[in-house]
Write a protein of this length. Structure first.
Length: 177
């Protein structure tokens, strides 16, 4: 039973080496987390509840957005009280209802320049948050998918950590006597 709550997400680095520790799955809500009992918004919510007060058509657009997110690979899309979160190994994006549709946010290791980006936030040198407004199905295009795929692969799955050189301690120099 305990093993059923663990899910190993392994990613091959460019040289074919490397994997991450197994993820822990919350037995109450099913969220995958990098460490056991990590704080999270534990609850069972539905997409329909999240979009109950949204503009007409927003729920359908949200469903198409979820399908796009799930097409990126091993993605868990978790409805919460005020948003959806997108998790691979760690959270890499989200989706919130908005008055004219919805907003998709995602993290990258770099800044994007595009008129489609309606907001950006800096969460340190490795987390650049980008927000894109989604008003129609046309906005769920190849460009957005490529940004989300990059976010999934680098931030969500942490594939760039597997490629990073080892941070082993440097040998100390002997003091001359």
């Amino acid at each position: 039973m305990e093993n059923e709550r663990h899910l190993k997400v392994a990613v091959k680095a460019a040289d074919g080496e490397g994997s991450h520790r197994p993820l822990w799955t919350c037995p109450k809500c099913g969220a995958r987390l990098v460490t056991r009992n990590l704080w999270h918004s534990c609850g069972r919510f539905k997409l329909e509840d999240l979009f109950a007060k949204a503009s007409p058509g927003a729920l359908g657009l949200a469903r198409k957005s979820v399908a796009l997110l799930e097409s990126l690979g091993d993605v868990q899309v978790i409805p919460q009280k005020t948003r959806l979160v997108c998790v691979a190994r760690v959270r890499f994006g989200g989706l919130v209802p908005h008055k004219d549709g919805l907003r998709i946010s995602f993290a990258l290791r770099r800044w994007l320049r595009s008129r489609r980006i309606v907001k950006t936030e800096d969460f340190g040198p490795r987390w650049r948050i980008h927000v894109v407004g989604i008003r129609s199905q046309r906005d769920l295009d190849a460009e957005l998918k490529s940004w989300l795929q990059e976010s999934h692969d680098t931030v969500g799955v942490q594939s760039d950590f597997l490629r990073a050189p080892s941070r082993a301690a440097k040998p100390r120099r002997r003091q001359q006597e």
